[in-house]
Design a protein around this ligand. Structure first.
Ligand SMILES: C[S@@+](CC[C@H](N)C(=O)[O-])C[C@H]1O[C@@H](n2cnc3c(N)ncnc32)[C@H](O)[C@@H]1O
Length: 222
């Protein structure tokens, strides 16, 4: 029997946690809004979780449609956007059929984020845009000692991409569901290898050391 998706057991907790971590989530939403920009048509909210980003996507004029593996998360999401239970690496969506994809706070939840980006590249229409928003690959992870917010220490585990439950915040998501680290070069190369052209990059921080990293990329037209 296959193990249930990691978030099934934590979906109710995650719903509350995103409210507690509200200043971080506010910055995440600002990046999403600025990079996605106004538009019309479907925006696939990939790994939508409980639908925390649906309101932002809708306010920009897009029609959010969510996909997530966790039925526990989708219980929350259903009241916020239409959703499908689907694996982000094997979407039940036709090639080149959606004008926008947003993937927010999810790249550390997957063993192969490059496969997710390839799938986003497949379903995006030519000229369509992908927005990625996630924890900063250089300064957030099990390799980063954040016990002093003003002096973050990076260790050699930066190169370690294996799943770990060693959390950067002991009461946060990662201690519960674990995380995979994606080094910066791997992340950027995976976007390019998915047939997407990066046209905007952003990062932000509460104190000068960035903890969010975001980018927009456009499906290359052949
Ligand atoms: C940290 S949550 C982020 C949820 C949401 N995007 C947000 O901004 O709050 C990561 C989500 O990725 C989902 N996920 C992990 N692996 C997945 C996969 N292979 N396919 C689809 N969703 C997946 C999890 O179920 C979880 O809901």
């Amino acid at each position: 029997m296959t193990a249930p998706p990691a978030y099934d057991a934590h979906a109710d907790w995650y719903e509350e946690y995103t409210k507690v971590a509200s200043s971080y989530m506010d910055r995440v939403r600002v990046h999403l809004a600025e990079l996605l920009g106004p538009g019309a048509g479907r925006c696939l909210d990939l790994c939508c979780g409980g639908g925390a980003q649906a309101g932002t996507i809708r306010e920009l004029g897009w029609t959010p449609v969510g996909a997530d593996l966790s039925r526990g998360q989708l219980r929350w999401a259903r009241s916020r956007l239409p959703v499908a239970a689907a694996d982000a690496t094997r979407l039940p969506i036709r090639d080149a059929s959606v004008p926008a994809v947003a993937c927010v706070l999810a790249h550390t939840d997957l063993p192969d984020y490059a496969a997710v980006l390839r799938e986003a590249g497949r379903v995006l229409a030519p000229g369509g845009r992908l927005v990625h928003v996630g924890v900063h690959p250089c300064f957030v992870g099990a390799f980063a000692d954040r016990s002093d917010a003003d002096l973050i220490t990076i260790n050699t585990r930066y190169a370690d991409t294996a799943r770990t439950f060693d959390a950067w915040a002991p009461h946060g998501v990662r201690a519960r569901v674990g995380a995979w680290h994606v080094p910066l070069a791997d992340l950027l190369n995976a976007v390019v290898d998915a047939g997407l052209r990066i046209d905007r990059v952003a990062e932000s921080s509460p104190n000068g050391i960035a903890d969010v990293f975001a980018l927009r990329a456009v499906k290359v037209t052949s």
